[in-house]
Design a protein around this ligand. Structure first.
Ligand SMILES: Nc1ncnc2c1ncn2[C@@H]1O[C@H](COP(=O)(O)OP(=O)(O)O)[C@@H](O)[C@H]1O
Length: 313
């Protein structure tokens, strides 16, 4: 097809860089290439920068460095290594926060760090933003198109002081569903909730405040007949991921997507195997992007999305 795209953007997920030898995932079914993930990021950056038309921006879908860094006192150096790679180009990067961000940094540290893209990307940021410590914002890279970065952990046990009210509220919620002492261990599916395995400490939920903000934002986008893409570290459609990776309150988010015709695409990371589902009733494409960390060194794991007026590829 000869028609030029309106714009393009890059996507990359679960880089989980650490200056460590290769290891395995928790279930010992997949190898993790901690050190080489930086090289795969470099390959992605070179491809984006070398393309005839540079992407307008890149979406980094969370877990940019691995939690193991904190045990080796290497959180800052690992983050510097990854951010230097991004910085060595003029690409505008939008960082999403995943569980591994919180294994390395507190929410307060993240809010004032370079991983808070809303502090650095002023050009096309939209107001209003949700209040408090919620890390969510929207931007418009091209007339008629809107992108929303969501905070998949603003209800969670991660990045908070145990004594805080937010932590205690999230603890009560997860304990209602997860009977295990180790809250990272997923509960078994039940007749009333096939996907109850999502109630683990490595997942989280969207606060009502964030959902209300998103609802208002999408109503506005519906009125303007915009096309909206939403990104979050955690997937929200059970058919686009291993259900153990779903957001705690994925159904509340899905309900919103069903009432707002402006939404065309929901992208997430977290499930390193990736996944895809087209939700026919809402028309929304749910894409879970494969993780860099479990991609062998002789391969690549990034995407370049070409956006046309009536489709994307
Ligand atoms: N089935 C499980 N039971 C107990 N702990 C788990 C389980 N799966 C993962 N974990 C723990 O949860 C944390 C996050 O797991 P990890 O596999 O690193 O997540 P991610 O998929 O985000 O890379 C790690 O501390 C890991 O040891």
């Amino acid at each position: 097809m000869s028609e030029e795209p309106l714009f393009t953007f890059g996507v990359i997920a679960d880089i989980q860089y650490a200056d460590l030898d290769d290891g395995m995932n928790f279930a010992r079914t997949r190898k993790r290439f901690y050190r080489n993930s930086l090289q795969l990021l470099r390959n992605a950056r070179e491809s984006w920068c070398g393309s005839a038309v540079q992407p307008e921006f890149v979406l980094q879908l969370g877990d940019v460095i691995d939690g193991f860094n904190s045990q080796h006192d290497a959180s800052r150096s690992a983050l510097d290594a990854v951010l230097s790679e991004f910085r060595s180009s003029s690409l505008e990067v939008h960082h999403v926060w995943g569980n591994h961000e919180f294994y390395n940094f507190s929410r307060q540290e993240l809010l004032s760090s370079e991983l808070n893209s809303s502090l650095h990307v002023h050009r096309r940021l939209r107001e209003p933003r949700p209040g408090g410590d919620v890390y969510a914002y929207s931007f418009s890279p091209y007339p008629g198109f809107c992108f929303v970065v969501l905070d998949a952990y603003d209800v969670s046990l991660l990045g908070l002081e145990r004594e805080s009210e937010q932590y205690q509220r999230a603890l009560s919620l997860i304990q209602k569903h997860n009977p295990h002492e180790d809250l990272n261990s997923p509960p078994c599916p039940t007749a009333s909730d096939r996907f109850v395995g999502r109630f683990t400490k490595f997942n989280g939920g969207f606060s009502q405040e964030q959902l209300d903000w998103l609802d208002a934002l999408l109503s506005c986008a519906d009125d303007k007949q915009e096309k909206v893409t939403i990104v979050s570290h955690l997937p929200v459609h059970p058919d686009s991921t291993d259900p153990v990776c779903l957001s705690w309150n994925y159904s509340a988010l899905l309900q919103l997507l069903h009432t707002h015709p402006s939404v065309v695409l929901f992208m997430a990371g977290h499930d390193h195997d990736g996944g895809y589902h087209w939700d026919r009733p809402s028309g929304v494409h749910h894409l879970t992007v494969e993780g860099v960390i479990e991609t062998p060194p002789d391969s690549d794991a990034f995407g370049t999305v070409c956006v046309y007026r009536d489709r994307w590829s």
